[in-house]
Write a protein that binds this ligand. Structure first.
Ligand code: GAP
Length: 513
């Protein structure tokens, strides 16, 4: 646990020190759960967004993009259910005055029981060695069965209470389990209350004419209200998708864990419109496809898992999260939701406009069903960044900090380094920069000894360092150093473009899907 916390602290301070993420309005002591992306962060974020856009939009003939506005007609949020149901169940601790999400307190309690199961399994695996059969052990060991039954009981009771809006029972469950304030240990709780997460603002200048609007809490509704516009102007045939990336806003109460839970964040969402009755097939399809997209980045298969929802949102008939192993444990990274025809039907009802599709093959009209994939760009950033940051012990008893970002996402692809600041080497290095910068983001550095410059690029995540030395003048070759292996090769300047392209181009990465 302490090790996880240390790694998380390292991630946060590295993100600041190397120009990835700053706290918003830092000179005024910051604004809670709001962050700014710095010179390297903005490039990494853009590359993640582009990688998603390439895979989801440009690689699919039947998926198109959209950029809907953040402000929408307020009835949108009535129809979507956000005005009435976009709430978190909150509970305050009377002693510490701290506010918590009641469901998160209960989930954290279950996570502790789950940790006990993991510990039992690890102990047994050590005891039985190679003959250990995990599945059989989990199915038969009385202690593990007891723990699992307790988790199931808690989760289903919480799901039922939330479903029925029985907030008194949620409080009772917290009390019965003896859950204490994680910061102070106090068990002196208030009642559980619902709190709406949307930010409201005024549209229009005068008090008489102004209209209360909301900053969108998800990008999805911009897609639903444009469904017919896109379908007709793009002559789209079902099944087809509409994708967009953009800011979303939520007045999160428990806004902790750096950029994991923010009040202003960015989503990358795709709504896939399908024939009613085929949603299950497409739901499974997109679950698999999205996992493959994640795996293509090489962050390690063992760092992902699916979590199927017990408690479904008001619009869904199936839902799952792709969870990632963040420095603070497995948490939701992306959601895949089978949203039925809830949204289109609701917008029809509230707007009075038909949102039907005429299926020529079936010769009939229907309201399409929707399967959604929804990922937080900032969360994806945190997954990539935290997974890539490593401390390595080297053979000569020194250490290096290296940010092993997937090369396709790295902000700068290569640093060009003249060995010394004289003898015409900077001029040759500058010529290489001038040539390569048309194709890749390139960095030039001539300060300090070359070893120190390598370390700086390792820490910032640059996949290649290219050093110009005195031999370059004679034979037009340079040394190319690979960040992860630290291997160095001598190559012709004229081959650089191809070598870099092979490692950083979208194609070689996305081909793995
Ligand atoms: N349109 C469906 C929707 O918005 P969601 O599960 O509420 O579903 C989707 O959000 C994704 O957006 C999450 O999986 C997460 O990655 C990201 N997300 C949600 N709230 C966030 C927050 N406060 N800060 C950062 N990312 C967030």
């Amino acid at each position: 646990m302490a090790q996880q916390e240390d790694q998380f602290k390292r991630v946060i301070s590295h993100a600041k020190e190397y120009g990835y993420i700053f706290q918003s309005s830092e000179i005024y002591d910051g604004l809670s759960a709001v962050y700014d992306y710095a010179q390297n962060g903005v490039e990494l974020k853009k590359n993640i967004r582009d990688y998603w856009w390439k895979a989801m939009v440009q690689m699919h003939e039947n998926i198109v993009g959209l950029d809907a506005s953040i402000l929408m007609h307020p009835t949108t949020w009535k129809a979507s259910g956000h005005v009435d149901a976009f709430n978190d169940p909150l509970i305050d601790n009377k002693d510490s005055k701290k506010r918590y999400r009641a469901d998160v307190l209960i989930e954290d309690y279950c996570a502790k029981i789950e940790a006990k199961i993991t510990k039992e399994i690890a102990k047994a695996s050590k005891r039985f060695g190679e003959t250990f059969d995990k599945e059989q052990y989990v199915a038969t060991n009385p202690r593990v069965i007891g723990y699992q039954e307790k988790i199931n009981m808690i989760v289903s009771r919480m799901a039922r209470a939330l479903e029925l809006e029985d907030l008194a029972d949620v409080k009772l469950l917290i009390e019965e389990l003896g859950i204490a304030d994680p910061l102070t240990g106090s068990k002196n709780w208030t009642d559980v209350k619902q709190f709406n997460l949307m930010f409201g603002t005024q549209l229009g200048a005068s008090a008489d004419n102004s209209m209360e609007v909301y900053l969108r809490p998800e990008t999805a509704q911009g897609i639903f209200v444009n469904f017919l516009n896109v379908q007709k102007t793009g002559r789209m045939k079902i099944p087809f998708g509409i994708a967009q990336t953009g800011k979303a806003f939520r007045n999160e109460i428990v806004a902790r864990q750096f950029i994991f839970r923010m009040r202003e964040f960015e989503q990358m969402e795709m709504q896939f419109f399908v024939k009613p009755g085929t949603q299950k097939k497409w739901y499974e399809h997109w679950k698999e496809k999205r996992l493959q997209w994640h795996l293509s980045l090489g962050l390690g298969k063992e760092n992902y898992r699916f979590h199927d929802h017990d408690k479904l949102a008001h619009y869904a008939d199936a839902a799952a999260d792709i969870e990632f192993r963040f420095p603070f444990g497995f948490k939701e990274l992306e959601g895949i939701h089978s949203r039925t025809d809830f949204d289109l039907k609701a917008h029809e009802e509230y707007s009075g406009k038909k949102l039907h599709y005429f299926d020529h093959e079936e010769n009939k009209n229907y309201t399409p069903y929707v399967v959604e994939t929804s990922i937080g760009l900032d969360r994806m950033f945190l997954a990539v960044f935290s997974n890539s940051l490593v401390e390595e012990s080297l053979e000569n008893n020194t250490k290096r900090t290296v940010l092993k970002l997937p090369a396709v996402l790295a902000p700068t692809k290569a640093a060009i380094l003249p060995l010394v600041k004289k003898d015409g080497l900077p001029e040759i290095a500058r010529e290489i920069v001038e040539d390569l910068k048309w194709d890749f983001p390139i960095f030039y550095d001539e300060k300090d000894a070359v070893g120190k410059r390598y370390r700086r690029q390792d820490a910032v995540g640059t996949p290649f360092c290219i050093t110009v030395d005195h031999d370059t003048i004679e034979d037009q070759t340079v040394t190319i150093r690979h960040r992860d292996s630290m291997k160095q090769e001598r190559v012709l300047i004229s081959d650089l473009k191809e070598i870099i392209k092979k490692e950083v181009g979208f194609k070689s990465w996305l081909m793995k899907i």
